[in-house]
Design a binder for this molecule. Structure first.
Ligand code: NAD
Length: 295
């Protein structure tokens, strides 16, 4: 495998493109929004600069990584001659089904179609393609260039061969892949999201404030970041979508999103990406918090 397309240049897509490009893959980064592509490339450049400053990579590694990435606003153009597509567009089931239907039509049948979805059924996505055996979950963690884990999710029809190819590829990227089965939220978010939701519920019930809740979890449970701050980094809209997928999938009220989370998303308070969530990420504070996440 040499040529990869990444669909979506947001929080995850730019990190995935960065990670592949740094390992010498040719990456076509695709987004419907020119602005997202520009922002994504700016984030990759900033993160590479930080690595150069820390001497984890050289200036020439940085330049080589950037030259391995091309940007596209047309999916049709961006997926020409690639061996693998990693989809990291917005967490919305209808959108993902539409994208995979299109990928099925415009890519050769041997191309593996992976999704970075946090919770949506791989089996459901695979069902709209002409190659359910070659559709797989490749769930990177945020921030992608730093985090070691890739959750590899086998859909009902994903073949052993494709699973092995993607497990091996993850190792080539310097990651640790873990194979899991396809149920709502998989493993990572099935455990993480109820904790985040309960933290929001604790705030909503007036038990404690934002700083207090995060401090209890950081100092008391040795979490590197409190759950409310983590929710801000993930994106509150993404958290809400994942909880809704688990709530619908299991029909169990324990996954019902806290009304405060719903309200914040409706109010456009999405966390780091919108400038405000449980914390304030106005320009002066933002630089400090983002750089901390890369330490
Ligand atoms: P995001 O909102 O930051 O970015 C999504 C991007 O997709 C946007 O730039 C948008 O313009 C683009 N997009 C929308 N429709 C598109 C289309 N048809 N074609 C091309 N691009 C399109 O979202 P994100 O946080 O990067 O999440 C992306 C995926 O990764 C989701 O499935 C999410 O569940 C998953 N994920 C997120 C995290 C996290 O911490 N944010 C972690 C793991 C997995």
């Amino acid at each position: 495998m040499k040529n990869i397309a990444v669909i979506g240049a947001g929080t995850m897509g730019n990190g995935i493109a960065h990670t592949f490009a740094q390992k010498g893959f040719q990456v076509n980064l695709i987004d419907i929004s020119e602005k997202s592509l520009e922002k994504g490339m700016a984030t990759i450049t900033t993160n590479l600069d930080r690595m150069v400053a820390k001497e984890t990579i050289s200036e020439s590694d940085k330049n080589a990584t950037l030259s391995n990435i091309k940007t596209f606003t047309s999916t049709e153009e961006g997926v020409k001659n690639v061996d693998l597509v990693v989809e990291a567009a917005t967490e919305n089931v209808d959108l993902k089904l539409k994208i995979f239907q299109q990928l099925s039509e415009i890519t050769a049948e041997n191309v593996i179609l992976a999704t970075n979805t946090s919770s949506i059924s791989i089996t459901q996505i695979a069902a709209v393609t002409n190659r359910a055996d070659k559709v797989i979950g490749m769930h990177f963690m945020n921030p992608v260039p730093i985090m070691k884990l890739v959750e590899i999710i086998r859909g009902y029809n994903t073949s052993d061969e494709v699973t092995k190819t993607i497990m091996d590829l993850s190792v080539t990227l310097g990651k640790v892949p873990v194979e899991v089965n396809d149920y709502p939220g998989f493993v990572a978010n099935r455990i993480l999201m109820p904790m985040i939701n309960e933290s929001i519920e604790t705030l909503y019930n007036g038990v404690a404030g934002v700083q207090e809740i995060d401090t209890v979890m950081k100092l008391g449970m040795a979490h590197p970041m409190g759950p409310l701050q983590l929710a801000d980094f993930i994106g509150l809209d993404v958290c809400l979508s994942i909880l809704n997928v688990m709530y619908d999938g299991f029909k169990n009220p324990k996954y019902a999103p806290c009304p405060l989370l719903v309200n914040m998303v409706m109010a456009g308070k999405l966390g780091v990406k919108s400038g405000e969530g449980f914390y304030d990420y106005s320009e002066s504070k933002k630089a400090e918090k983002v750089s901390k996440s890369f330490q």
